[in-house]
Design a protein around this ligand. Structure first.
Ligand SMILES: [Zn+2]
Length: 349
């Protein structure tokens, strides 16, 4: 979380510094920064209450009406910068119309310093989710919306008429956003008196893949018994020195951990946890009623959601992250939730 906090603090500073420069973008009539998912005022606890219920019609009618409207909305939402200072003279830049960019707007400064005129221009996308994409802002927003709605990549590609590699890239950017969001989560799962089920499971040990046996990937995970908060981490080994640091990172001290009798867990009590065992060779539920049914169900769902083609090791964690992110936010508006997460990562302006 430290990184995200730093980035947001930086963004807050920039914003305060630039409030007086708002007039330069009056042509777009940008409203106040206090919008439903923009700005630094919100924390992760109350954001759900403020999430809008997005439908495609709403997005099209409210946001995608024109290039100007898209820019105005993105600024309002904190997805792109509302103002910029010139790197040459440190004065506010002007948002000007231009024909040579798909956005049709850019930041520009043509002021004179000591009688010498300079020309500095930057993209309105700099430091944002939209940077480094050849797609228009409209296309990126549509892609993001459909991705959040879990529309198949092939369908999105068809609707946007984009190249296969562009769709693959954006699919992976979206998954990476989930991955970073989960990595930087402020609060570990569990807590004093809360039950967390842990387990390990092997993914992808399916048959043969083009004549080669797919070895599979061990994954270690945990889930709160009473909520949808969970974690999964791909691991190379299942020994104590691998799993204990993961437990300490993801599960709050004082939690009640329920697991099977795997030897890597024997010292959990020494590390600030209450440990309850279920001996799977003898029982599914121990005499006190503890079980690991929820984490086992979690594995089944996760395995169904992993792509059926062989996922390269490097992408494996991001597919897990997408599954966990969707699982945790089930029932919420995922487009709003996703944009909220995007802003925590891409707000270098
Ligand atoms: Zn300047």
């Amino acid at each position: 979380m430290e990184k995200a906090v730093q980035v947001c603090v930086k963004s807050t500073k920039t914003w305060k510094k630039n409030t007086e420069t708002q007039t330069v973008i009056s042509s777009l009539e940008v409203k106040s920064v206090d919008t439903q998912c923009g700005g630094e005022k919100h924390d992760s606890y109350n954001r759900e209450e403020k999430l809008k219920h997005w439908t495609y019609d709403l997005l099209r009618d409210e946001v995608l009406r024109s290039k100007e409207e898209i820019i105005r909305w993105c600024m309002d939402e904190g997805l792109i910068a509302k103002s910029r200072l010139c790197c040459h003279c440190d004065l506010p830049m002007k948002l000007v119309k231009c024909e040579d960019r798909s956005d049709k707007y850019k930041w520009e400064c043509r002021k004179s310093v000591n009688g010498k005129r300079h020309k500095v221009e930057i993209s309105i996308r700099k430091g944002s989710w939209f940077e480094k994409s050849n797609m228009t802002l409209e296309e990126v927003l549509k892609f993001t919306y459909w991705w959040c709605r879990d529309v198949r990549q092939e369908e999105i590609r068809h609707e946007l008429n984009i190249a296969a590699h562009t769709a693959v890239d954006w699919d992976s950017f979206c998954r990476e956003t989930c991955e970073v969001t989960l990595m930087e989560r402020e609060h570990p799962i569990g807590g004093p008196g809360k039950i967390v089920q842990i387990d390990e499971s092997k993914f992808g040990k399916r048959k043969y893949h083009r004549g080669h046996r797919v070895e599979g990937q061990w994954v270690f995970g945990g889930i709160e018994e009473e909520s949808r908060r969970s974690f999964m981490v791909a691991v190379e080994k299942r020994d104590e020195s691998t799993l204990l640091p993961i437990i300490e990172r993801h599960i709050a001290k004082g939690s009640i951990i329920v697991s099977d009798c795997w030897k890597a867990y024997i010292n959990l009590e020494k590390h600030g946890y209450e440990h309850r065992l279920v001996n799977h060779s003898k029982e599914f539920v121990n005499k006190d009623g503890d079980h690991t049914n929820k984490i086992e169900g979690h594995w089944r769902q996760a395995k169904c959601k992993m792509p059926s083609f062989g996922v390269r090791k490097i992408a494996f964690s991001s597919y897990l992250a997408e599954f966990l992110w969707r699982y945790e936010h089930k029932g919420k508006d995922l487009f709003s939730t996703f944009l909220w997460d995007v802003k925590k990562i891409y707000c270098e302006f």
